[in-house]
Design a protein around this ligand. Structure first.
Ligand code: RIB
Length: 311
């Protein structure tokens, strides 16, 4: 079992389902409202945990009603909360998610709350686990200083560092210098590179901009189309699997958690992309973000069925 560590967001998701999403001023009668554990960081670490990693999140939440949703999730999953700081007066991050039942697509408003209290010191306090980890994973739902400290430790101990630059934010571009893997979706790739990403040629051009910022390997997720990979030596494309999606919230997180697990296990990049593709494909067939993450045996079965790969 590989160890994956990094700072990440702990957020409670409040999700409403409706036949269509409302326009400004409109009220739409929905079919269900659900509360559940979310946050890109926590979703990704849950995906890594269920995919077979010893996943350790460095995070921050409040001791409030939303915080209890996360607390219960970590207890039920048996995931480490060693590096989760609980602020007695802090507000746990929250997300309002609207899901369109006709196409499973969503819209999200996220409030970071206590996630903005994850500091450089919070990351440095976990140094011993960076020293013996197998992969480092983070996103942009905590703080820039936490991401920079994470990169520092990943480089100090020579560990593969995966940065999922989500959600897009106008962060200093030096954040990308020396990153092993960057994993934007089309929107994030466009935000950081200025290139509208639609075709494979666009992906190549966006990847080159990331290279110029110091990234070594670029992975651009293209939703239902698949995933594009490029480094200085090779280019790959793995098509998405055809599944009946009911909720896509957290699909990118499933991909990143699965990818980090496969990299931590020392798998070649192409196999890691396929492992991540299977993880994401199963997640969209289930409700919720963290709760939708698949277990290792399910991912392995799909790897064999779709790609003929036995792990
Ligand atoms: O990527 C999906 C996640 O983004 C949701 O769980 C929500 O919490 C937001 O952070």
């Amino acid at each position: 079992m590989g160890k994956v560590i990094g700072p990440g967001s702990l957020i409670a998701d409040i999700t409403g389902f409706a036949p269509h999403l409302p326009i400004g001023g409109e009220t739409v009668k929905g079919s269900a409202i659900r509360f559940g554990p979310g946050g890109k960081g926590s979703n990704q670490m849950t995906a890594a945990h269920r995919a077979g990693s010893d996943a350790r999140i460095i995070g921050c939440r409040g001791d409030d009603v939303l915080g209890q949703i996360l607390k219960k999730h970590y207890e039920t999953e048996g995931m480490s909360e060693e590096y989760v700081t609980v602020l007695p007066d802090g507000e746990t991050g929250g997300a309002f998610i609207e899901v369109d039942e006709t196409d499973a697509q969503n819209r999200i408003i996220v409030v970071f709350g206590a996630n903005e209290q994850v500091t450089r010191e919070s990351v440095l306090a976990a140094e011993k686990d960076f020293a013996d980890c197998d992969a480092v994973l983070t996103q942009l739902e905590t703080t820039v200083e936490a991401v920079m400290a994470t990169k520092e430790l990943a480089q100090k101990y020579n560990k593969p560092f995966i940065l999922n630059p989500a959600p897009y934010d106008n962060v200093p571009r030096e954040i990308f210098q020396g990153i092993d893997f960057v994993t934007p979706n089309e929107t994030e790739a466009e935000g950081f590179t200025g290139i509208k990403v639609d075709t494979i040629e666009d992906c190549r051009e966006a990847a080159k901009v990331f290279f110029s910022m110091g990234v070594k390997n670029v992975v651009i997720t293209l939703g239902v189309r698949g995933v594009f990979f490029m480094n200085e030596k090779e280019e790959l494309f793995v098509p998405a699997l055809k599944v009946k999606a009911i909720e896509t919230t957290g699909a990118g997180d499933a991909f990143n958690g699965g990818f980090a697990t496969a990299i931590a296990d020392g798998l070649p990049v192409e196999t890691a992309l396929k492992f991540a593709t299977c993880t994401a494909a199963i997640s969209v067939t289930r409700l919720g973000s963290s709760p939708s993450m698949p277990y290792r045996h399910e991912i392995l079965a799909l790897m064999e069925q779709e790609f003929g790969i036995t792990l």
